[in-house]
Design a protein around this ligand. Structure first.
Ligand code: G4P
Length: 522
């Protein structure tokens, strides 16, 4: 069992849209032998120009089922890549996926540097001390100065960095990268299929001058000296604590610098790590199976409403057709057709180990965060909901379909499409999302899958925050004062709906003993 767990690497690639996540994923699959030619992996992003096109949403859902997890063997390692949606309106989905990974590769566009989405996702990584490797992409295009880029990464992502490869120029003058710990030169040769040959050179010999010319050779020598002076030795332990990120430079499109990244990744990235539950910490090498649901994806065929619930195996071994305990329902279930994912294919699996992701067919029995065990009552932690950024009241637009609407809303919320709050003052249902697109998805799916119609009523709110206090009297006083702005989430917890940043600030200073939380786990 230990051997199986040790060789597993479960991670996600995160990036701002267009930085090159799809291209990098594809090259990794190429190395894993999962696909034979470049261009086989579809991007799961919805093009910015067509955000309100229903077909695109459908396509997105179709693609995201097949590319949710990609697994392959590389050298002695078993690699599980968890895909994250490209569109920022699905950021919540990405946050949740990050709770199921043991490490992360961040792709940054060398010309654009750190962008908004990267910054946000890094915050989620920081919350969990997820180890991070950075790949600076598109070096075949004119990029920022690498020293400036490193400074930007440190400052914007608030993590120490240590380059492990170093670029020689960029854009049309791009010559390749120098590998700082293997001490060899990887000369750039634009190609989507072929992996460039490496040349072992001692930087202090004339061989370097012969390879890249004297001017660049001298410049490289100077830069390497500077690097040694500025950046401390790379320490794997610091990387594993989430404090230090190794940085690689390359071009995903040209399959350049990707092999170095992959080779270092499998060697330093963590195998499955212990997972926290409310009761105790679960270690991956425990004999008994435990797992949690971090993502639910609906089938795109509206006549056949079934979902796939994605379960991360946290400990032990999962076996097909074995009874497992569904903690929330307090009942035993068996799964006859659990699936695993290989690039574009799905296959039935007989067993899976800690670190693996399995797809379980679901007809509404699962909810994000659900736990499966061999009988122990455990509740996994660390799948927070974040305060939504957009809010609308949802109204029934077809009085004959009240029941269908309620059921649809319930199930879509279980899937984690958005968050539902009930305003305690007027009893109205309020849906909170991270993007406009979700409202369209909900409306469309209610109609197509539940035969229910909804109407949206805009409401201007700034944030929903979960509140708690050790002083019950103050909490009551707060709820009384803000009675029009108090709501309950689906778990019945108190949520304050602040209509502006100023109001929130005032509330925080007026009620000192109340804690305002911006994620549902505190
Ligand atoms: P994403 O998943 O992070 O959104 O990025 P994706 O890989 O789809 O890449 C976004 C665009 O950047 C694509 O161009 C892709 O070809 C290009 N790209 C990715 N890596 C590199 C690189 O190393 N060098 C260069 N020069 N370009 C790169 P596109 O025009 O949007 O799509 P396509 O028509 O090329 O498929």
């Amino acid at each position: 069992m230990n051997q199986e767990i040790e060789r597993r690497r479960t991670f996600a690639i995160i990036a701002h849209p267009d930085a090159g996540k799809t291209s990098l994923t594809e090259k990794l699959l190429l190395f894993g032998g999962q696909i034979q030619v470049a261009g086989a992996v579809k991007s799961n992003k919805i093009k910015k120009t067509a955000t309100s096109d229903w077909m695109d949403i459908e396509k997105q859902r179709g693609i995201s089922v097949t590319t949710s997890v990609m697994e392959f063997d590389y050298r002695d390692y078993k690699i599980n890549i968890l895909d994250t949606p490209g569109h920022q309106d699905f950021a919540e989905d990405t946050y949740r996926t990050l709770t199921a990974v043991d490490s992360v590769i961040i792709v940054v566009d060398g010309a654009k540097g750190v962008e908004t989405q990267t910054r946000k996702l890094m915050e989620v990584c920081r919350m969990r001390n997820t180890p991070v490797i950075i790949f600076v992409n598109k070096m075949d295009r004119e990029a920022k100065d690498p020293f400036d880029l490193l400074d930007e990464l440190e400052e914007e992502l608030r993590i120490h960095v240590r380059p492990l490869t170093w670029p020689i120029e960029s854009g049309e003058r791009f010559k390749g990268v120098y590998n700082l710990y293997e001490h060899n030169l990887n000369l750039f040769q634009p190609s989507k299929q072929v992996v460039a040959e490496k040349v072992a050179v001692d930087v202090n010999t004339e061989e370097l001058d012969r390879q890249i010319g004297s001017t660049l050779a001298d410049k490289l020598r100077g830069e390497l000296e500077l690097l040694e002076g500025v950046y401390p030795e790379f320490e794997t332990t610091e990387y594993l604590k989430g404090e230090l990120a190794p940085v690689f430079f390359g071009s995903a499109l040209n399959n350049f610098g990707v092999e170095e990244l992959l080779n270092t990744f499998v060697e330093i990235a963590p195998s499955p790590r212990p997972t926290k539950t409310e009761e105790r910490e679960v270690k991956p090498d425990e004999e008994k199976f435990t797992g949690f649901i971090f993502k639910i994806t609906a089938n795109i065929d509206p006549n056949h409403r079934s979902c796939i619930a994605f379960c991360k195996v946290c400990s032990g071994k999962f076996s097909r057709n074995t009874p497992y305990y569904h903690v929330r329902h307090d009942k035993t279930m068996r799964f006859s057709s659990p699936t695993q994912f290989m690039a574009q294919r799905k296959t039935t699996v007989d067993e899976a180990w800690a670190g693996d992701i399995i797809g379980l067919p679901d007809n509404g029995t699962f909810k994000i965060g659900d736990t499966l065990t061999e009988g122990e009552k455990l509740h996994f932690r660390g799948i927070p909901s974040f305060s939504p950024e957009m809010f609308k009241y949802i109204e029934n637009a077809d009085p004959m379909k009240q029941k269908q609407l309620a059921k649809g809303i319930d199930q879509l919320m279980d899937e984690g499409v958005a968050q539902l709050f009930v305003n305690q003052f007027n009893g109205r249902k309020l849906i909170g999302t991270v993007g406009q697109l979700q409202f369209e998805v909900i409306q469309y799916r209610l109609e197509n899958e539940y035969n229910a119609k909804c109407r949206w009523e805009p409401v201007s709110l700034y944030k929903a925050c979960w509140i708690e206090s050790d002083d019950p009297a103050e909490l009551e006083a707060f709820k009384k004062r803000k009675y029009q702005y108090m709501a309950k989430d689906r778990e019945g917890r108190d949520v304050f709906l602040a209509d502006s940043g100023y109001v929130l600030q005032m509330a925080q200073s007026d009620f000192e003993h109340i804690r305002f939380h911006f994620t549902s786990e505190f």
